[in-house]
Design a protein around this ligand. Structure first.
Ligand code: COI
Length: 356
């Protein structure tokens, strides 16, 4: 497929890298591509960043038929720009697409277009410590129609945002609230897809958690309300008796790419890895008997996020000494060292963004 490129005549001012938040600023250009049943995906183009005009009857606005991805580009100390396991994001985008009846796109072409887009906006890839360029590929249903059915037409776009840490805490530990009152997703639903509905379903519980002084919610399974699932923007991992335990991917949990990277590293380091059902009661009793050593989250936006406190019913447990644990630190260092090119890439995770 051809890729048409139109550059902006009005470049924006680059941001102050010391003041980057998360997902607030956007670069000069974006990628767009359209789908209709006759032409398939077509009209691939990189063009100036601009709003998308939508008829008020556009289906995505009513039924939320939309999927997205999140990945990052990193600037190395030698001024190279590189991506971390981007082919995984492209294939997960297609996995999400299947679950909400969106037509799949050519993963190799998407990666090619993404590299071109980043090369054009390379000045926007920040170089300050622990900053990066967050990449958001998204697909939205574009039919103008109010009956409930899959759309026939779609827009796929990719936008870029220079970012700092996702949580205001940065790498400092976060406090997590566990609830059996609200649920995020159920097996057989869309929990393992990166689709807007999962995030909409998480908002109310997350606000309740925030009001109670917690950063995020740790969701339990929606049926028995016993099994730990994920924290809305990251997967969750426990260090119990020296082993790394995390909920298995049962259909309602996002298959995180950082999660997979942590598990791959752990196996390489001969740390016992357990992907299995974990009940909240097990976590509480492991804390009681002293075998719970650490809890941390993993995600593209969050990277590795240590958990200092876990609130469940009337108990608020302090994990370890409430500070960053050695395992969380080791994974954070190993992953970010690979991402920023400070260490070897033994697993072939890095994909360079070639110059234009
Ligand atoms: C990510 O880690 O990229 C996510 O998608 C989480 C989020 C900010 C929704």
């Amino acid at each position: 497929m051809d890729l048409k490129i139109t550059k902006t005549e009005k470049p924006k001012q680059l941001p102050d890298e010391s003041k980057l938040g998360f997902g607030e600023l956007f670069t000069d250009h974006m990628f767009n591509m359209d789908y209709d049943p006759e032409q398939g995906w077509h009209n691939a183009r990189i063009e100036p960043y601009a709003p998308i005009m939508m008829d008020p009857a556009t289906m995505v606005l009513h039924y939320g038929q939309t999927i997205f991805e999140g990945l990052k580009a990193y600037r190395t100390s030698t001024e190279n720009i590189q991506l971390f396991r981007p082919e995984r994001n492209m294939s997960r985008l297609n996995d999400s697409a299947k679950l909400v009846c969106i037509p799949e796109a050519d993963e190799a072409f998407l990666l090619h277009a993404l590299k071109k887009l980043i090369a054009i906006d390379k000045a926007w890839v920040p170089g300050a410590p622990e900053t990066s360029l967050y990449i958001r590929p998204t697909v939205v249903a574009m039919d103008q129609h109010l009956g409930v059915r899959p759309s026939n037409t779609y827009r796929l776009f990719i936008i870029l945002s220079p970012v700092g840490a996702y949580y205001p805490e940065g790498f400092n530990p976060v406090k997590i609230w566990v609830t059996d009152q609200y649920v995020r997703a159920v097996c057989g639903g869309t929990g393992e897809a990166k689709t807007a509905a999962n995030y909409a379903a998480s908002l109310y519980g997350a606000e309740v958690a925030k009001k109670a002084g917690y950063t995020q919610v740790l969701w339990l399974d929606a049926i028995k309300k016993r099994y730990v699932e994920e924290v809305g923007t990251m997967n969750i991992l426990f260090v119990i008796n020296g082993a790394l335990a995390t909920p298995n991917l049962g259909g309602s949990i996002l298959p995180g790419i950082t999660r997979d990277s942590v598990l791959t590293l752990a196996k390489d380091w001969d740390i016992p890895v357990q992907e299995r059902p974990i009940t909240i009661d097990e976590v509480m009793s492991a804390h009681k008997d002293g075998s719970l050593q650490e809890i941390f989250g993993s995600g593209t936006a969050a990277v590795i996020s240590p958990v200092s406190h876990l609130a469940w019913k009337d108990n608020v447990l302090t994990v370890g000494d409430g500070k960053v644990g050695p395992m969380a630190q080791k994974f954070y260092d190993a992953i970010t060292d690979i991402q920023y090119g400070r260490s070897e890439d033994p697993f072939g995770w890095i994909v360079p963004v070639e110059e234009e």
